[in-house]
Design a binder for this molecule. Structure first.
Ligand SMILES: *[C@@H]1O[C@H](CO)[C@@H](O)[C@H](O)[C@H]1NC(C)=O
Ligand SMILES: *[C@@H]1O[C@H](CO)[C@@H](O)[C@H](O)[C@H]1NC(C)=O
Ligand SMILES: *[C@@H]1O[C@H](CO)[C@@H](O)[C@H](O)[C@H]1NC(C)=O
Ligand SMILES: *[C@@H]1O[C@H](CO)[C@@H](O)[C@H](O)[C@H]1NC(C)=O
Ligand SMILES: *[C@@H]1O[C@H](CO)[C@@H](O)[C@H](O)[C@H]1NC(C)=O
Ligand SMILES: *[C@@H]1O[C@H](CO)[C@@H](O)[C@H](O)[C@H]1NC(C)=O
Ligand SMILES: *[C@@H]1O[C@H](CO)[C@@H](O)[C@H](O)[C@H]1NC(C)=O
Ligand SMILES: CC(=O)N[C@H]1CO[C@H](CO)[C@@H](O)[C@@H]1O
Length: 818
């Protein structure tokens, strides 16, 4: 009874005290201290340029509903300062608007300024123009770099101050980060590393933000900067703060992992994330950030080398901002359960107890009433019964039970109460009328067409200055070989390479995130007399990691033509002509204006060869569901909608399982008009545009699977009313139940499967087992049809009779949302 009242009070207290604008931020060995209060904080990464300003309010609201206190973002230097001194904070770049939206929703913010951020972002966020500063060495004790870094960091800090966005000024920002995972590469800088690191810390602290700074993966972060952990298992791997006066902070707890072309998606289960977060908190962690909470989209050419356009689609909010269940809901319940432990966690005495060979309790006791415990079963195979303070607890393999009163299990990391949801794609519009497509063949430039010349192979990035992914290398030569067969042999450090001989396609090669592109060795036919060779070097994003980024090289390294009789001509130091970018890019044919300036041909006018632009128009799908282009029929390239680049696509690069890493490409609703939207595609290989479709993405199915011994988490007590409170029965309302929730605007339209008994399988694939109530379907239909949300107790009485007395039963329900 007392515990319950306490619990209820605490819920109110957390809500009221929770997150409100501003306050002085300090810290001690336990946690951050905001306005004099210690805090356990849950944070989630949402990167403002990876979604649209129109999406920000709903993403932040969903993060708040998921129990987060803080939204964390990187700051993207190369997006904000594309040319020295020319700043851009418009649209998706509007950092101030993003922070103000966080503030408006009553959450805290953490900005990781870097300004080197890695982040699977092109060039790790550094503007490419830094490369042209004489003598520069990035991220080292190097005056030119330090000068530029300080200038940018100061600019961002003063922008935040001008808008009064630091907590010390009454704003939401409670934490900032300087540098990023420098500890991983510091050794490469030898004696230039440590002074740079100290300088970075002093420079940041000197900006007097009034809130603490962190450095992640930097065990020796200088005082007062806090060293933080990044990774998947910080509860197990983090060696802890480097001072007893600093709190344990986890800046990147990966909810999944970034994906490169050729990779399958990395699926990290809700149970595994919950286990490691609970463990980190159990071991005195006080701040956990989910990287990513919403990944979003790498629009345009912002993705780093070989990174997919879709970013952390497996996060609790998927690429489109839809709930990824049960991940979002399971973590929400975890946060609520941990928040119930706040008082003893922050002021209780900490002890640990061994309870078995791989079982342990982490206990925080303040007095006889305020006590919280985390029971850990680290056995990965077995259910284990644990006796703790005289009570028995059954823990599934590799799981943690949270007892906010040292008695009642409020939550177990491996018991998922949240429904599973299935995301489905519906084709809204096929673009299959060839009459509606037009095409434009990209010109293959020859040496004569170029104005930039050199008697050597230029380095790719330093030549394009990242104005385009593409660089043409051209040369001409008189063929005096007597052979009929030739091999063009190109060694390159480009990501992709397409070769053309006398205007005709002569072969391609590409690399991957792990391996550089193999040599292009193509059999070619040469003219007698003059031959024109045009080689297109392409980058799929600039590199974003490792030391000495300024020394990286890309593009062609060696070019030879070899005859049948091994007569070799080496053209490496020949006279070369260069063209930066494609003609279509220069003419901006992907905009309404640019597209009207060129002569498009009807679809199918010429024999398709790599490097063709395609154009059509389409209407926006009705409704509000997110929109995506299905590019399954295409190869590799980039797509634009009404002039906005929705990113690079690379469907022809298959995973080991033989499928594209990404088939659907996000088209934010705000890029669309109701009708007549301009779609332009640059296809580098061979594609079949008439098979492209405009699709919508939505949650169409929800499924729950709960056993009759599985009590729902204590978070559901929040909803209890006064009468229930007085009854003081802790277990009131805690009967095991399956809960189903369709997304807003949809209702349960049919029950696809329902079995109360011993159904086999799980939400992915199921079948009726040896024990099954004949009322399974009717009971669930009665409770759920036509409703958006329903809950069905896992209880024989509900199903009219017990189909197999004495046997533990489960209820598995799969339902359609329409
Ligand atoms: C921060 O602390 C200073 C004095 O220590 C105080 O004047 C100021 O009002 C505090 N700021 C907030 C937002 O509470
Ligand atoms: C659990 O076991 C694994 C493997 O033996 C070990 O690496 C890890 O540190 C253990 N974790 C805990 C919390 O005991
Ligand atoms: C390139 O040069 C050739 C020969 O001089 C010319 O016919 C062609 O039109 C030029 N192409 C472009 C894109 O300028
Ligand atoms: C990069 O290009 C610039 C001209 O834009 C040139 O001055 C410089 O030497 C080049 N740097 C390297 C490393 O090639
Ligand atoms: C291409 O050149 C590389 C060396 O640059 C050589 O190892 C390879 O054998 C050559 N390939 C052919 C087909 O000649
Ligand atoms: C090209 O020129 C560079 C610089 O003069 C030289 O080091 C290199 O060996 C030459 N390469 C070939 C294949 O001739
Ligand atoms: C409060 O809960 C009790 C017991 O579940 C129920 O009978 C009563 O109708 C509820 N009252 C309100 C106002 O919801
Ligand atoms: C960059 C980095 O530290 N990656 C590590 C993240 O954690 C996984 C597994 O915990 C490691 O395999 C990675 O090396």
């Amino acid at each position: 009874m007392r515990w319950f009242l306490f619990l209820f009070g605490l819920v109110l207290a957390v809500t009221a005290d929770g997150v409100s604008g501003g306050g002085n931020v300090t810290y001690d060995g336990r946690s951050l201290i905001i306005n004099g209060h210690h805090k356990i904080l849950f944070s989630g990464s949402i990167h403002y340029p990876r979604s649209t300003p129109q999406m920000w309010p709903s993403l932040i609201a969903k993060a708040k509903a998921g129990g987060l206190d803080v939204i964390e973002t990187l700051v993207f230097w190369n997006l904000h300062e594309p040319q020295p001194g020319q700043f851009d904070f418009s649209g998706r770049r509007d950092l101030v608007r993003f922070i103000k939206e966080i503030q408006a929703q009553g959450l805290y913010a953490c900005i990781r300024i870097g300004p080197f951020i890695q982040g699977e972002w092109s060039y790790g966020g550094l503007p490419f123009w830094l490369h042209d500063i004489p003598g520069i060495v990035y991220r080292s004790d190097n005056e030119p770099f330090k000068y530029q870094m300080k200038k940018f960091v100061s600019k961002i800090v003063s922008m935040m101050k001008a808008e009064k966005l630091y907590a010390s000024q009454g704003g939401p920002i409670i934490l900032s980060q300087i540098e990023n995972e420098y500890g991983m590469i510091q050794a490469a800088f030898k004696e230039k590393g440590p002074p740079y690191l100290r300088w970075a810390a002093e420079m940041a602290v000197g900006l007097q933000t009034g809130v603490p700074w962190v450095m992640c993966k930097q065990n020796d972060a200088p005082d007062p900067v806090i060293n933080a952990c990044n990774g998947r298992r910080c509860g197990e791997t983090f060696s802890g703060p480097n001072s007893p006066n600093k709190p344990a902070i986890w800046t990147e707890n990966w909810t999944s992992f970034y994906q490169v072309y050729g990779d399958e998606a990395d699926i990290r289960s809700a149970e595994d994330i919950a286990f490691h977060v609970a463990l980190f908190i159990a071991k005195k962690g006080s701040y956990v950030n989910y990287y990513m909470y919403h990944g979003g989209t790498n629009f345009g050419r912002t993705a780093a080398a070989y990174m997919l356009t879709s970013y952390y689609d497996q996060a609790p909010l998927d690429e489109y901002g839809l709930f990824r269940q049960p991940k979002w809901g399971h973590l929400k319940e975890l946060h609520a359960a941990i928040k119930l432990c706040t008082k003893p966690l922050l002021s209780g005495k900490f002890t640990t107890m061994a309870l078995g060979p791989s079982q342990q309790a982490f206990v925080y006791r303040e007095n006889s009433v305020d006590c919280a415990a985390f029971l850990v079963n680290n056995n990965t195979r077995k259910n284990v019964a644990i006796t703790f303070l005289g009570s028995l607890y059954e823990l599934p393999p590799k799981s943690i039970s949270i007892l906010p009163d040292c008695k009642t299990e409020a939550f177990n990391t491996a018991k998922v109460s949240t429904e599973y949801s299935t995301r489905a794609v519906q084709t809204s519009q096929k673009l299959d009328s060839t009459k509606k497509w037009e095409e434009f063949a990209e010109a293959i430039p020859t040496f004569e067409n170029t104005s930039l010349r050199a008697n050597m192979l230029l380095e790719h990035m330093n030549t394009t200055k990242d104005a385009s992914d593409y660089l043409w290398y051209t040369f001409r030569f008189q063929n005096d070989f007597s052979d009929a067969k030739y091999v063009l042999n190109v060694t390159s450090a480009a990501h992709v390479l397409h070769a053309f001989v006398n205007g005709v396609f002569a072969g391609s090669t590409h690399g991957s995130h792990k391996n550089k592109a193999p040599n292009l060795e193509s059999r070619v036919t040469l003219n007698h007399g003059t031959n024109h060779i045009s080689l297109l070097s392409g980058m799929v994003g600039l590199p974003d990691s490792g030391p000495y980024l300024e020394r990286r090289v890309a593009g062609l390294r060696r070019v030879m033509v070899k005859g049948e009789h091994d007569d070799i001509k080496d053209f490496t130091n020949h006279s070369w002509g260069y063209q930066v970018g494609l003609l279509g890019e220069k003419l901006r044919v992907y905009t309404d204006f640019g597209s009207s300036k060129i002569q498009w041909s009807t679809y199918g006018s010429f024999k398709h060869q790599p490097l063709t632009w395609y154009k059509t128009r389409f209407d926006a799908p009705a409704g509000k569901d997110p929109v995506a282009l299905n590019l399954q029929s295409m190869g590799k390239g980039e797509a634009w909608v009404n002039g906005h680049s929705i990113g690079r696509y690379w469907v022809s690069f298959l995973t080991p399982k033989g499928r594209p890493s990404q088939t659907w490409y996000n088209v934010p609703r705000s890029f669309l008009k109701p009708t007549d939207n301009l779609l332009v595609i640059l296809e580098e290989e061979n594609g079949y545009p008439p098979a492209i479709s405009i699709d919508t993405i939505s949650i169409t199915k929800v499924c729950g699977h709960v056993s009759d011994s599985h009590l729902p988490p204590v978070i559901s007590w929040r909803g209890q009313n006064k009468t229930e409170q007085k009854s003081g029965n802790k277990y009131h309302g805690r009967r095991p139940k399956v809960q189903l929730r369709c997304p807003p605007g949809k209702k349960i339209s049919s029950i696809l499967f329902s079995s109360y008994g011993t159904p086999s399988g799980d939400c992915g694939s199921y079948a009726i087992g040896g024990c099954h109530s004949l009322n399974s379907l009717a009971t669930v239909e009665e409770a759920c049809l036509g409703k958006r949300i329903c809950s069905i107790p896992v209880w024989s009485q509900k199903f009219g009779y017990d189909p197999c007395p004495g046997i533990p039963k489960t209820l598995l329900v799969d339902a359609q949302c329409t």
